[in-house]
Design a protein around this ligand. Structure first.
Ligand code: C2O
Ligand code: CU
Length: 508
């Protein structure tokens, strides 16, 4: 090698190293620590917000220990996972509506973590947001979450510390609040996810992928290429356990998308009817569509009726890499035949979380808002680190907060003029989607996540009825990590916690 080549190689290595250090530093995207406008003003700490009395409700107690675990996705596909109780997904939690839920989190990992109760309406200090509602739980420490499970439905829990890394490595599980009068005897949960098994094998870390993304300037495309395996409940392809059901038997199937990609599941024709989206019942008698589209972070429950054939599958829509990994066989007898080899049914038009109106609305007619906020979801270029994902041209924690007072009616218009999907999720509240692309919906939908695709605009309304500091962010956690997070900031209260700091509080 001549000198010139050597020196340019050296410069290359130096630049790479510099970039690494830059990416690894926790607040590279946003400058200062600890300064989110609005989090620090207000008279009362979020820790002093009065909670509803718990009376003599039944108390359901769980312990979740976060630990390292080699997780086998399928033969020869093994990942170094981070787990709650040694499993991916973590321990499945089930309670009954009205129960008090008490969960002791123990951290046996060597990084700080939290638990966020995705979709659960609970007191702010139980929301699990490091630097906003609590300090991250340090290695060796414990933290106890306690709240009333008021609303039956499908929820999930996941770490909210550096979510783009921690949820990706397996720190998530299902949380089901059953109705007192259960309608379905058969009731199953399926959590969908994607993994980067080969990268893991080649010992390329997340950081490597991010570096590549940063260098090519298209972080999403590169991040998605890293994912080479789809999973259902932590398993892929023929490692997924078949459901055994008899012809005509009905079951409630609860789907949760814990990944970054939209997943479309194809059911046998006429076998599926949507029941709930984001824990809200929808009005649908319709079994015409057999394709269910689930956005990242979203939960959708369906009623499934086993068709006459012995073996059928619920499988990922074709035309996507790794679709064959995501397949749930449904068989009548466990005679060794399973549905895996069956061709997937072909799909009709897909239904999704906003396809049907909600049974119970928050507002019967379009209300007059006290607060309006236009949320422009866009992409920006940050010198040296590839794409940033912005809200109103800023990245977290510099994004403008949604400032409210208790009792306000808030209208948010979400607009996506970019090229990527943004599943936007609000903590601590449910909102009503009243209009899409400027047109009033005939059937408004109540949710806590709205999937805003390129070119789309949604008008949503909610009641500021849960004092606190609540995140509103993109549930593609890679976008959140790169800035697409803001806060619903109640004037009355402040957060006594700090972003960054010695606890390394890192909520996105
Ligand atoms: Cu699954 Cu901030 O949430
Ligand atoms: Cu996004």
């Amino acid at each position: 090698m001549n000198r010139k080549i050597i020196s340019s190689v050296m410069i290359g290595i130096l630049l790479l190293f510099g970039g690494m250090v830059f990416l690894l530093s926790p607040w590279h995207q946003s400058g200062e620590e600890g300064s989110l406008a609005g989090l620090t003003d207000g008279n009362k700490s979020i820790l002093e917000i009065k909670e509803p009395g718990k009376g003599n409700r039944p108390v359901k107690t769980f312990t979740l220990t976060a630990q390292d675990k080699k997780w086998v996705i399928n033969d020869g596909k093994e990942v170094a996972a981070w787990t709650y109780n040694g499993k991916v997904p973590g321990e499945a939690l089930r309670v009954t509506e009205g129960d008090v839920v008490r969960v002791k989190l123990k951290n046996d990992l060597n990084v700080p973590i939290t638990i966020h109760w995705h979709g659960v309406l609970l007191p702010n200090k139980m929301d699990g947001i490091p630097g906003v509602t609590q300090n991250a739980v340090e290695p060796g420490d414990t933290f106890t979450y306690e709240f009333i499970a008021n609303d039956a439905g499908t929820y999930w829990y996941h770490s909210h510390q550096q979510s783009s890394i921690q949820v990706d490595k397996g720190l998530y599980g299902s949380f089901v609040v059953e109705e007192k009068e259960k309608e379905y005897e058969r009731d199953e949960v399926f959590i969908l996810d994607e993994w980067a098994v080969d990268q893991e094998r080649e010992n390329l870390s997340n950081m490597g992928g991010m570096m590549m993304g940063a260098m090519s300037g298209d972080s999403e495309a590169d991040t998605k290429q890293m994912y080479d395996t789809f999973t259902v409940n932590g398993k892929s392809g023929n490692a997924i356990k078949p459901m055994i059901m008899q012809a005509g038997e009905k079951a409630r199937l609860r789907f949760i998308n814990a990944g970054y990609q939209v997943h479309r599941l194809v059911f046998p024709e006429g076998s599926m009817r949507m029941l709930e989206a984001d824990a809200e019942k929808v009005k649908s008698e319709d079994t015409k569509s057999n394709v269910l589209e689930i956005a990242p972070g979203e939960r959708i429950d369906v009623e499934f009726t086993k068709p006459e054939e012995d073996a059928v599958v619920i499988g990922h829509e074709q035309g996507v890499d790794h679709a064959d990994d995501m397949v749930i066989p449904v068989i009548s007898t466990n005679d060794g035949k399973n549905g895996q080899q069956l061709a997937h049914a072909t799909g009709n038009a897909a239904v999704k979380g906003t396809s049907y109106g909600s049974e119970k609305l928050i507002f019967n007619k379009t209300p007059n808002p006290d607060v309006t906020y236009d949320m422009d979801l866009s992409m920006g270029m940050d010198m040296g680190e590839g794409m940033s994902f912005q809200i109103n041209n800023k990245t977290f924690p510099d994004t403008p907060p949604i400032k409210v007072k208790e009792g306000d009616i808030v209208k948010v218009t979400l607009r996506n003029e970019g090229r990527m999907n943004h599943p936007m999720h609000l903590h601590g509240h449910r909102f009503q989607v009243n209009a899409k692309d400027g047109k009033k919906l005939k059937q408004p939908v109540v949710k806590d996540l709205v999937h805003v695709k390129p070119g789309e605009e949604y008008e949503i309304y909610f009641k500021a009825d849960n004092l606190g500091e609540w995140l509103f962010h993109c549930h593609d956690n890679n976008h959140a990590a790169r800035g697409m997070v803001t806060v619903v900031d109640y004037e009355e209260v402040y957060s006594p916690f700090q972003l960054g700091g010695k606890e390394d509080n890192h909520p996105n």
